[in-house]
Design a binder for this molecule. Structure first.
Ligand SMILES: [Zn+2]
Ligand SMILES: [Zn+2]
Length: 263
């Protein structure tokens, strides 16, 4: 008998950047594996986009940070503070926060500012630091995480999530061209890759559409989604630029875009 696969459901919550935009919220992606929900990054506006995706902050089991730039992390403080609001719906199960080496120092810095306003009762807030110098991995009940350092900040890591039924999604976070990302994304069912600026405006620490395409081609991913679009991207044919280097299935992220990934 064939076992029905559920795979991973990906919802893009924010396809934008630090630049305020009504169309593109700051960086955040939701992944659902069975009843487990993983949030990748939490830029400003993430909680509202979560509600639009029919998800509350209490539904989240894990938050995984690619790095700590404010457009990827700033909603963490209001999210924990809102968890303390005594409306009877308060969090019953732990929230695990995962990031590259430096995560606990980052949170200690936030606590130096906000103190008990961002403390939760015993055992409800957990932290896992992954290596920022080489590959790392962790296994959970119904999925596994692999990570690798990428070219952006010292703490920057990209993630590969593999569900128990063998579907795989890779989340690049912010990065410049990265051999580690190619290796991490090898044969993945989906690569969610930053493509911050058009080919003609390449900057250090970020990718362009044709660079992201080259990474996807060399990794042999089955589908590519480009995201993290600065406003300059809106006037350019991003898809055509990516097509210079990549011929496979391709999507340009929009907020609340939903992608079902079954490997
Ligand atoms: Zn960044
Ligand atoms: Zn960014």
């Amino acid at each position: 008998m064939e076992i029905k696969k559920h795979g991973i459901t990906v919802t893009v919550l924010g396809s934008g950047t630090c630049v305020p935009s009504l169309q593109r919220s700051s960086c955040a992606v939701l992944m659902q594996i069975g009843t487990t929900r993983l949030l990748f990054d939490s830029g400003p506006g993430t909680m509202r986009r979560l509600l639009e995706a029919k998800t509350t902050i209490f539904d989240l089991d894990y938050i995984l940070y690619s790095h700590f730039h404010p457009d990827h992390s700033a909603e963490l403080v209001p999210l924990i503070f809102a968890t303390k609001y005594p409306d009877g719906n308060r969090r019953q199960v732990p929230l695990t926060i995962i990031g590259g080496r430096g995560l606990t120092d980052f949170f200690a810095g936030l606590k130096a500012v906000y103190g008990k306003w961002i403390e939760l009762s015993d055992g409800l807030l957990k932290f896992i630091e992954l290596d920022n110098k080489s590959k790392d991995s962790r296994n959970f009940d119904n999925f596994a995480i692999e990570s690798a350092p990428v070219e952006h900040n010292p703490e920057s890591i990209a993630y590969r999530i593999t569900s128990a039924d063998d579907s795989s999604v890779v989340y690049s976070g912010d990065t410049d061209f990265s051999e580690n990302l190619i290796e991490l994304a090898k044969d993945a069912d989906l690569l969610i890759c930053e493509s911050a600026l058009p080919d003609s405006m390449q900057v250090k620490g970020h990718l362009t559409p044709s660079m992201a395409g080259e990474i996807a081609s060399r990794a042999g991913v089955k589908k590519l989604v480009l995201t993290h679009f600065y406003p300059n991207c809106e006037d350019v044919d991003i898809m055509q630029e990516c097509r210079k280097t990549y011929r496979g299935p391709l999507l340009l992220a929009e907020d609340l875009m939903k992608i079902k990934v079954i490997g």
